[in-house]
Design a protein around this ligand. Sequence first.
Ligand code: GLN
Length: 533
Amino acid sequence: MSTCDLPAYQIAELIRAKQVSALEVLEDTLKRVKQVDGRPGEVDAPAAETVEDRAAVHAFTLVTEDYARQQARQIDSQIQAGEDPGPLAGVPYTAKDIFTVRGIRSTAGSKILSNYISPYSATVVERMQEAGAVLVGKVNLDEFTYGSSSESSAYKPVPRNPWDTSRVTGGSSGGSAAAVAAGEGAISLGTDTGGSIRHPASFCGTVGLKPTYGRVSRYGLIAFGSSLDCPGPLARSVTDAALTLQAIAGQDPRDATSATVPVPDYLAEMAKDIRGLRIGLSEEFFRVTYFDSESMELVENPIDDQIRDAVLSAAGFLAQLGADIVTDVPLPHTKYGVPTYFVISRVEASSNLLRYDGVKYGYRTSAPFADLRELYRKTRGEAFGVEPKLRMLMGVYLSAAQFDKGYYQRALKARALIRQDFEAIFDPQGDYRLDALLTPTAPTTAFPIGSVYGDSVLMQYSDQLTVTTNHAGIPGLTFPVGFDREGLPIGAQVLGPDYSEGRLLSVARAYELATENEDWRSRRPPILADNGS
Ligand code: GLN
């Protein structure tokens, strides 16, 4: 077995015990990338057209081979010198190309940053390095993280799902989820603004953790919606997610919104018994409610039965382990999650995108321009894709003074109501006194490439079960709970009150242990067998 298929904690143990070197582990990973990934994403490159292209994962925008070798050698010499390189010693990982890494191209999946070499590293990247992890490369995403399929990236070919390469990876951290699922690095760093860690993690059958807002520093993260953005890990096991959170969590003087709350020992929290925990189920999370612009009415659709059954069966396992399952939990404002997100995220995105102007850094038009405004216009016209353009226009419109009361102020009120829904169910003195809520992560499993892309409203409804978490600022952890009839992974998520990451990890870990010997646990993405990996 290749070290690519081992969990991060085992890799680090083997390296620290000198049973394998960090360089050997890295070479295994680089070999796996060569076997399954195909050509890396490039701006203005052709989309996947050949048979080989369609059968490859295309998780990467950049493989940082030399940089990684240097880091791995450094880890090996620390080990030789009897020093401890850290809890993630020699663990290969990837970073969504939304994190800056000093001296390395950081693109956000956009042509406008296609030539941007960052002069500084994100705090989370520095912390991964301090923990001993080795950066194998940057991975693809929806442009500026705007999407739920990773298809809007300017870097083609876009990532494909290792479980079925005719399908999307989910998004926007699609490269992260695909890389982890295909064994191209044990861990990936992603970001979650409306579901972008959890959604692709569920589509690709991995674990994904969106921490409490402020738990992990946003410094060096190319911004989307600053009041919603959360960096976090994707991994193949709950333990690896806990280890990674341990490495990256904690206050950062460079991010004024980072929390000063002490960071617990997540591995110890994860190992706690779940007996007696009150875990809720809410019907609000088993349907999708959307506004039908033809009938002008709110339409309710139940989510796929197979997803429902898988999540309810996970609840059954948790009950057997001694958790109290509480049904019919009311979260009446869940249905306003997407419209509220639509307004708030567009307003914040349009404000954050203003910095890309062709003057300070990034792409600049090579066409002649008469004045500054024309320089801006041509640069942005040429280098922003459709999603950022739509979101900028929408954000500027929604925040215009004359509409402010009707849209933005109203969205802020709805956001407060969504937060109150969660506060009520988690209140230790309230009617429900829940420790966690168990829900499906996404209303569907991975859909075919090209089937939703282009309909940005439909795409946005992929996030209905994840966005309210971001509005409320609370943590959410997705973990695999089985497969549908087409062999596509299904994810369930646990949500909890602020800073309850440790408890969420304990629930997911208990489930993981209880299902260790289920048949579906031994499945591997077909792409690995096809490539003899
Ligand atoms: N899919 C959502 C969107 O399009 C969420 C993206 C995210 O979390 N970054 O905005």
